[in-house]
Design a binder for this molecule. Structure first.
Ligand SMILES: *Cc1c(COP(=O)(O)O)cnc(C)c1O
Length: 463
């Protein structure tokens, strides 16, 4: 046995490092819900402790962990807590953290059923749950990817495959050179990851037929050009600033008649479809061909968790297919035919655990509560002179601004400096705004009131 091998067996045998990690994790959980939401200047400064050359000799595992905890933990953003409102991040449901921990020890890759029977089983089960929860066509397939960036890419790859195949053009064999033209129609507020997917797939951003949007960022249905079967129409469930939803019911009806491919980017918003009181927002979405959604946003799974749902299983598996002489396909699910990757971690474990734990009613209640807290935020901030809410708060996003761009910027910078809550800025129809995304299971009434007070303080610091 080599020396390093011996050391690693020791780490396994005496379990100290695992207990040490657990101790650190518990300490973290005890403070993260109350502490400064953004790292302090001192914590940021201490990150320089990581600036070191790759060591020549090996280090005791315990020492490595100690360094990670001492300088890493304080420099995290408290996204797990209830007052982090940046980027639609989402917290993590406790059972998800626990199940992910167990999954970490299993270290499974659900590429093929034969590589991970449990990973394959859980993926099949959750696929069915999604169909049921969102009332999607029975034959819809699910690919478990890293996030909605990847999910959008997969959905649009399936669209590209199918449209060209209908034109007797096999994209996998012939590529894009001299291929029939694919039209892409989307709203002027499409998410940047949709544009990235269009670029990566060689569809060309210049070719996009842009549709104007209303004051909430929704596509104006009457302005959608005539569609045909060579068109991909990309709609949105949850505008990243306002949280607004395109009118799926009306638009999909029309698009279906023309046989275009409809893709819905529903990173955080698709989840409104799982909430009785908010379902009207996604009415008609089941008429689309593919849907991209995140686990790690509204559902609060740990990072990284995205899902591509596709009603055309042959298109998505053909678009993402690969083969090799050593691949052992099974009659059960082989996850890699639904994702760009071959090997990937079994992110399904925590997704399954959270859905199994919450059930339909728990999902409904958790997400409706986020909506209520967003409404509470809008109501309370509207009563503070100097602030105004700029959107209809239909879901979980609140856009706030002050009386001038300059003031909005300064107030935002003060809020960030106070560290009692955290959020980022954005542009909304030419104006600088602050973007509040209520996306954590942990956000309480008290968290909202405390954050509103922080906004007030931040403004008072200037006046
Ligand atoms: C967050 C988001 C994405 C990208 O999702 P990732 O999981 O970060 O890759 C795409 N579209 C919308 C509307 C989003 O909010």
């Amino acid at each position: 046995m080599s020396k390093i091998q011996d050391a690693m067996f020791q780490d396994i045998r005496n379990k100290d490092i695992f207990e040490q990690t657990q101790r650190y994790a518990f300490e973290y959980l005890e403070s993260v819900f109350d502490r400064n939401v953004y790292p302090t200047e001192a914590a940021m400064h201490d990150l320089s402790k990581f600036d070191e050359a790759l060591p020549i000799t090996s280090t005791k595992a315990e020492k490595v962990l100690k360094q990670l905890n001492q300088y890493g933990s304080p420099a995290t953003t408290a996204t797990l807590g209830g007052r982090y409102f940046g980027f639609v991040t989402g917290s993590a449901v406790p059972i998800g953290l626990a199940a992910k921990n167990l999954g970490t020890f299993w270290d499974q890759s659900p590429a093929l059923n034969v590589i991970s029977p449990v990973g394959s089983k859980l993926e099949s089960v959750v696929e069915k749950w999604f169909i049921d929860l969102f009332n999607l066509p029975k034959h819809t397939s699910a690919g478990f990817v890293s996030g909605t960036s990847a999910a959008n890419l997969c959905g649009l790859a399936a669209a590209r495959y199918r449209i060209l195949q209908k034109n007797d053009w096999d994209i996998n064999e012939k590529g894009l050179r001299n291929a029939p033209q694919i039209r892409v129609v989307t709203g002027k507020q499409a998410h940047s990851t949709v544009l990235k997917a269009i670029a990566v797939l060689g569809l060309g951003k210049e070719n996009i037929e842009w549709v104007d949007v209303d004051n909430q960022g929704r596509i104006i249905p009457e302005l959608i050009p005539d569609l045909d079967e060579n068109t991909i129409l990309i709609l949105q469930a949850g505008n990243v600033n306002s949280g607004a939803f395109d009118d799926f019911d009306g638009i999909c009806e029309k698009a279906k008649k023309s046989n275009s491919w409809i893709h819905i980017d529903g990173a955080f918003g698709l989840w409104a479809g799982a909430v009785e009181a908010l379902k009207h927002l996604t009415k008609g979405m089941e008429k689309a061909n593919s849907w991209a959604v995140d686990g790690h946003k509204t559902l609060n799974t740990p990072y990284d968790s995205g899902i591509i749902l596709c009603a055309d299983k042959e298109a998505i598996t053909s678009a993402l297919h690969m083969s090799g002489s050593y691949i052992i396909e099974s009659t059960e699910r082989d996850g890699m035919f639904f994702t760009p990757e071959m090997s990937r971690r079994a992110r399904i474990i925590e997704l399954w655990a959270i859905m199994r734990y919450l059930g339909k009613n728990g999902i409904d209640e958790m997400i409706l509560t986020m909506h209520k807290r967003a409404k509470q935020f809008a109501n309370e901030i509207n009563q503070i002179p100097g602030f105004s809410v700029e959107n209809d708060v239909v879901f979980n996003q609140v856009i706030v601004k002050c009386n001038s761009d300059k003031l909005t910027e300064k107030v935002l910078s003060n809020i960030q400096m106070l560290r009692e809550c955290w959020l980022g800025g954005s542009m909304w129809f030419g104006k600088k705004v602050m973007r509040v995304s209520v996306c954590s299971w942990a956000t309480t009434e008290n968290d909202i009131s405390k954050s509103v007070k922080s906004f007030e303080k931040a403004l008072a610091l200037i006046e």
